[in-house]
Design a protein around this ligand. Structure first.
Ligand code: NAD
Ligand code: DAU
Length: 357
């Protein structure tokens, strides 16, 4: 048996493949374009492992998709591939439209053709799992209840709008063509192999480099944080037992303001790798201009996946963030290698003079 996983040289996809092959011998075909966010080094421990077949390519390449599906005959396709960074979507939305909308559409078309030609048994067993985000639901006021699967779609950034469009296409392919789809909408992930353009790894990396820790606006925006391996276990569970055509929200019941997250990272670094001058890392915090259209609060109601599929996160935020900070301290080479020329160009553009452009 084989699964086809897209975008699995990225943060969550790489963690997913590593966890999958730690628990199963089912082959993974990994289709990844290797954008700035894709990093084969995250999968270096699988070098020479015949269960992992890496293919560099675009989910928008219909001919490549058709040939990969015909060759490997996967029983499932899991779509992680996306442009994923909100700030980049504000600077340059085009790539988000191409990959997240057009790419998902081409992938759905290729999968529909492949699935339509399967024999009855394989057709019934087949699944297309689309990995999406809580950001499609928009922003919550302080006392509003958390997002359920029935919450209206109200995306506010080019990123979340492009993910919302992809979710709608996935839904339509089920309703119109009967494609056996599943969709997960997850909150903010953190953990190993997270690209240091995102809040938590950026803070860990900047703190150690003696650089400012840029907090947007008042730092009181709230996110729900989930350790990446818990997201991976949720996806495995939905793939295994989710009801076809349904959506599952995934979250950690762990809402925290950004400033509290940054303080937590600083205090862990104070403990695990104190500054040479003995001062606390929080002295490096620097308030910068807010993200345009910044969503104030996300919160996930994860009762459906917990009650119907019996999934629960294994990590608390305390245990997960400690593991994460320790992982970055233990893997300076991975960090150094992802901070390439293009990474430095992005940081200069986004934080020029300490202020997002
Ligand atoms: P990431 O940016 O770290 O990785 C994305 C991967 O997709 C990269 O390896 C990149 O090379 C690849 N890719 C981009 N365009 C491609 C294309 N056209 N064809 C093939 N591959 C392509 O993203 P991530 O944080 O790992 O997120 C993975 C998925 O999970 C995304 O769909 C994202 O929307 C969703 N998600 C992320 C989070 C989070 O907190 N990071 C939370 C919820 C949902
Ligand atoms: O909610 C799920 C989403 O979480 C995913 O769909 C996205 O792919 C993922 O990137 C993430 O989006 P966010 O915008 O929430 O993540 P980010 O790490 O970019 O920012 C987290 C919060 O921290 C957000 O409120 C903005 C703030 N922030 C971020 C950066 C990079 C700062 O204050 N300073 C920063 O330098």
């Amino acid at each position: 048996m084989t699964i086809l996983v897209t975008g699995a040289a990225g943060f969550i996809g790489a963690n997913f493949v590593l966890d999958w092959l730690a628990q199963s011998d089912e082959t993974v075909v990994n289709l990844d374009k290797l954008t700035y966010a894709g990093n084969q080094e995250s999968l270096a421990s699988l070098n020479g492992d015949a269960r992992h077949i890496f293919v560099q390519g675009d989910i928008g390449d219909s001919a490549l998709l058709a040939s990969l599906l015909a060759q490997h005959q996967p029983r499932a396709v899991i779509n992680f591939a996306a442009e994923s960074h909100v700030d980049r979507s504000i600077h340059s939305p085009e790539d988000f439209i191409q990959t997240n909308i057009v790419g998902t559409f081409r992938l759905l078309e290729a999968v529909r053709a492949y699935w339509g030609a399967l024999d009855a048994e394989a057709k019934t067993a087949f699944r297309f799992l689309h990995v999406s985000t809580d950001e499609v639901y928009g922003s919550l006021a302080k006392n509003e209840p958390a997002f359920t699967e029935e919450h209206r779609y109200e995306p506010n950034s080019p990123y979340s709008a492009s993910k919302a469009a992809s979710d709608h296409l996935v839904r339509a392919y089920h309703h119109t063509y009967g494609l056996p789809v599943l969709t997960t909408n997850c909150s903010n992930n953190y953990g190993p192999y997270h690209f240091p353009e995102k809040l938590i790894p950026l803070m860990i990396v900047n703190a150690q480099a003696g650089k400012p820790l840029p907090v947007y606006g008042d730092g009181q925006q709230i996110r729900d944080w989930l350790y990446v391996k818990d997201h991976c276990s949720a996806i495995r569970r939905v793939l295994e037992a989710g009801n076809v055509g349904e959506v599952y929200n995934v979250g950690g019941w762990n809402e925290m303001p950004n400033l509290d997250i940054v303080h937590k990272v600083c205090s862990l670094l104070d403990e695990l790798k104190p500054r040479l001058d003995g001062k606390p890392y929080k002295e490096q915090i620097s308030y910068v201009t807010d993200r345009p259209g910044h969503d104030r609060r996300y919160a996930i109601d994860a009762r459906k996946i917990e009650q119907q599929l019996g999934w629960k996160p294994a990590e608390t935020f305390e245990s997960g963030i400690r593991k994460t900070v320790q992982w970055y301290l233990d893997n300076p080479d991975w960090v150094a290698n992802v901070q390439s020329g293009s990474y430095r160009e992005w940081v200069a553009k986004q934080y020029s003079a300490g202020i997002p452009a």
